[in-house]
Design a protein around this ligand. Structure first.
Ligand code: CP
Length: 286
């Protein structure tokens, strides 16, 4: 049965276990092209490097063909609506549609198009595949099947981040305790008003880029400090550093932290390939 993944809520707990198992198998044993041929359309209306490329690479490695929709040479330029564009693409019968856009995806509309859809990031709403690969990376790092009792701190733009929204929901389901510096768009276990008042060690800290391309309500403040080696040391000698990318060096993190021994940033990208391959199989009904 083909399945969509528009939100992290569309992936239940046993799906998460199965996806992590499949991703670990791809990572340790490689890709066997046992999958029947399939076609995927990547319809990205916002820039992307990691998400788009890892979906394309995952499709290729599973014996699929990826067709990349180019908004700048498409009939969107002539004024065709996005809904009509999707309906027309659906008539060409791809097996899967992968979408990124600056607005929340319209679940009701997409339910009517008869092709499974994966959300590759929609505005300030969700980025479910990022949450899956981040939690997978943490489980691998801690050599654990879940994140029971792990303490995760988020810093950065917590009001506009779709990565934060999906991550908090999945982290909590996996047993983690989530804290933030400054207000956030999702309920968390603890909010620190500033870095100076942090009174405990953390297992991981995730830094989130300032989403300058999205408007911020003037009443909200975000942590604008760049995370330094000194900050990381204060979070404990076993605190790992994550960032979903793209990383703004000197703005989000001090440049030397990018290659710190406890930095998982490129490991997150590596794992994105395996998790997205597992999700392609899941959504195609494999
Ligand atoms: N993390 C993430 O979504 O990166 P891209 O915008 O490059 O896809």
């Amino acid at each position: 049965m083909a399945r969509s993944c528009l939100s992290i809520a569309d992936i239940n707990d046993s799906d998460v276990s199965r996806l992590f198992f499949a991703a670990r198998k791809f990572k340790t044993e490689g890709f066997s092209q046992h999958q029947h041929r399939f076609s995927v359309v990547t319809l990205f209306l916002e820039p992307s490097t990691r998400t788009r490329m890892s979906f394309q690479m995952a499709a290729y490695k599973l014996n699929g063909t990826c067709f990349d929709f180019d908004k700048d040479t498409s009939s969107l330029k002539k004024g065709e609506s996005l809904e009509a564009t999707i309906e027309n693409i659906a008539c060409l019968n791809p097996d899967l549609l992968i979408m990124r856009q600056s607005e929340t995806l319209d679940r009701d509309f997409l339910a009517g198009i008869d092709i499974p859809v994966i959300n590759a990031g929609d505005g300030m709403n969700e980025h479910p595949t990022q949450a899956l690969l981040d939690c997978f990376t943490l489980c691998e790092t801690f050599r654990a099947k879940d994140l029971q009792g792990k303490k995760i701190l988020f810093v950065g733009d917590l009001m506009r981040s779709r990565v934060f929204n999906s991550n908090v929901k999945l982290l909590k389901r996996m047993g983690a305790q989530v804290a933030t510096i400054g207000s956030a768009s999702q309920p968390v276990d603890k909010i620190y008003p500033s870095f100076d008042v942090i009174d405990q060690e953390f297992d991981a800290v995730m830094v989130l880029r300032k989403q300058k391309e999205r408007a911020l309500a003037s009443t909200h403040e975000i942590f604008t400090e760049c995370l330094t080696g000194e900050h990381l040391a204060r979070l404990g000698q076993s605190c790992f550093l994550l960032h979903p990318g793209p990383v703004m060096l000197k703005e989000d993190i001090e440049p030397t932290l990018f290659s710190h021994e406890r930095t998982l940033i490129l490991e997150q990208v590596r794992n994105g390939l395996f998790i997205r391959a597992a999700l392609l199989q899941h959504c195609l009904g494999g």
